[in-house]
Design a binder for this molecule. Structure first.
Ligand SMILES: *[C@@H]1O[C@H](CO)[C@@H](O)[C@H](O)[C@H]1NC(C)=O
Length: 212
C-alpha cells in the first residue's frame, strides 16, 4: 500500500530511502566524503549556514556568506542553534519558537515577480503562525545536507549579503520563486542554499532549544 501522494516529495523521500538502504550495506568507507547520508546528518541540533550559490551540485561551505539567527534572519555571524528533533520530514525551531514562511507579519518579497505573496522566514513562539504542514528535508545524493521544503524548494532568495562588519546586521530570507516571467533569482538579490551544520543532540546548556 502506498500512502496518498499529494506532491513529488514523498516519492523522492521513498526513493532516497531505497537508495540509502541499497547503498548503505556493502561499503563503509572511512573518510569518504562524496556521498554522506545527509538525511542522518540533518538531525538533532545544528546551525544553518547560508551559501551564496546557484548550484547544489557545486556549492561548498566556502560559499558561506552567513548563517541564520534565532529569529530567522541571515546574519554574518549571529549563528543560532536550531532543533530538528521531529520525525522526517522535519520542523525547524530555534529557542524563539517554530520557524516558517507562514508569518503574515513578515514582509513580502516585492522585488520579485512572483514574491508578492511570499512572507520572509521567521521563528515565533506562537504556534498559530507556523503552518502545520511546513516541513523541511534534505535529499541523499547531495554532498552536504542542504535544506529543502515543499515541492523541491531547495534555494532561497535574500536581498543582499549581511554586513560582515556588523555581525548582527539582519537580512530577510524568502523562498526562491521563479516562473516564465522571471526565470532566475529576483534581480539584484542573491540565490542561496541553506546547509545544516550538525551540533549533536544536546545544546551546550541543555535547555535553550526545545523540540517544536
Ligand atoms: C555571490 O555569488 C555571485 C556569483 O558567483 C558573485 O558574483 C557575488 O559577488 C557573490 N556575492 C557575495 C556577497 O558573496
Amino acid at each position: 500500500m502506498h500512502p496518498p501522494q499529494s506532491s513529488l516529495v514523498p516519492t523522492l523521500l521513498s526513493l532516497s530511502i531505497l537508495l540509502t538502504s541499497s547503498l548503505a550495506a556493502p561499503m563503509p568507507v572511512p573518510g569518504e566524503a562524496s556521498s554522506p547520508d545527509v538525511t542522518k546528518l540533518f538531525n538533532g541540533l545544528g546551525h544553518i549556514f547560508v551559501l551564496n550559490s546557484t548550484s547544489y551540485a557545486s556549492a561548498s561551505l566556502a560559499d558561506s556568506i552567513g548563517c541564520l539567527s534565532s529569529d530567522g534572519f541571515v546574519t554574518a555571524s549571529d549563528c543560532a542553534v536550531f532543533s530538528t528533533v521531529t520525525t522526517y520530514p522535519k520542523t525547524i525551531s530555534s529557542k524563539v519558537g517554530g520557524c516558517s514562511f507562514g508569518n503574515q507579519d513578515m514582509p513580502t518579497n516585492d522585488d520579485s515577480r512572483y514574491g508578492g505573496r511570499q512572507h520572509a522566514w521567521s521563528c515565533n513562539e506562537d504556534a498559530k503562525i507556523v503552518p502545520e504542514g511546513e516541513r523541511y528535508y534534505t535529499i541523499n545524493g547531495f554532498k552536504h545536507p542542504f535544506i529543502c521544503n515543499g515541492n523541491l524548494n531547495c534555494y532561497y532568495d535574500i536581498p543582499r549579503a549581511p554586513s560582515r562588519k556588523d555581525g548582527k546586521d539582519k537580512v530577510f530570507v524568502w523562498q526562491f520563486a521563479w516562473g516564465s516571467e522571471q526565470m532566475g533569482i529576483t534581480p539584484g538579490h542573491l540565490q542561496v542554499l541553506w546547509v545544516w551544520v550538525p551540533l549533536g543532540e544536546k545544546d551546550g546548556d541543555g535547555s535553550s532549544v526545545k523540540p517544536f
